[in-house]
Design a binder for this molecule. Structure first.
Ligand code: MG
Length: 236
């Protein structure tokens, strides 16, 4: 076999291997979208196409822009049209790089459960020792156990398991709300008791089902692939 002939074969082999690696990488990137993980009984609140499951929290049309399979915060908070109490919620989000901004101005948004009651904070907190105002915090109540944040301009995920507060028939609270939260596949809250609503939540009744609320805090935070699964059970 001539040297030229052998080199051609080696070159072809290298091309085939590179093409295969590219295909695997593309497939992995697609898998990260998480579409295949949506449980059969989940309610899809955003599939990248439109805001049909959302409205402005004052009842008007949702104003957020939808492009390239994601939505962008802007024009006021949005609320899911459907209401929930105990639920499992999956949200993917992307925090912009806002190098000039400081503190709560860096990519602020948030995911609220049961209306305005409980916020899981979204912020650029990459590399920080997280406090109760940082990304992953149950805002003002509990900092995340670890900082699981990716750098800004990377897609991240929250999987939130929420158990609403319980009340007796007279309206007296008999059990606090509880939350477990996974960020990017890492547990950052494990069955944390939430004794009070996060600040600014006074307009929502913790006894009643409420919407999933996404915060517009003036930062162009992106969201995609949002689904929710109501959690059953008849206990008080
Ligand atoms: Mg926030």
């Amino acid at each position: 076999m001539s040297t030229v002939f052998r080199c051609r074969w080696v070159l072809m082999l290298v091309c085939v291997v590179l093409a295969w690696c590219g295909a695997v990488a593309a497939q992995a990137a697609e898998l990260f979208k998480g579409d295949e993980l949506i449980p059969a009984d989940a309610i899809v609140l955003f599939d990248g196409k439109d805001l049909s499951q959302w409205q402005s929290c004052d009842g008007g049309p949702a104003k957020w822009k939808v492009e390239n399979g994601y939505m962008v915060a802007g024009g006021g908070d949005i609320c899911s049209k459907q209401l929930f109490k105990d639920c499992q919620l999956h949200v993917e989000f992307w925090v912009p790089l806002m190098a000039e901004a400081r503190g709560q101005g860096r990519g602020n948004s948030g995911v609220f459960l049961q209306g305005w009651n409980y916020e899981v904070q979204i912020l650029d907190s990459y590399g920080l020792t997280p406090g109760a105002g940082d990304c992953g915090a149950i805002y003002s109540i509990a900092p995340p156990m670890v900082n699981a944040c990716r750098p800004p301009e990377h897609w991240q995920s929250y999987d939130i398991f929420f158990r609403a507060a319980r009340f007796d028939e007279s309206g007296k609270k008999i059990a606090n709300a509880r939350m477990s939260v996974m960020q990017n596949g890492v547990w950052i809250h494990e069955n944390v008791e939430v004794p009070r609503p996060t600040p600014g939540a006074s307009m929502s009744d913790p006894k009643e089902p409420g919407p999933i609320r996404l915060q517009d805090h003036g930062c162009p935070v992106r969201f995609r692939n949002i689904w929710v699964r109501p959690l059953g059970g008849t206990e008080k």
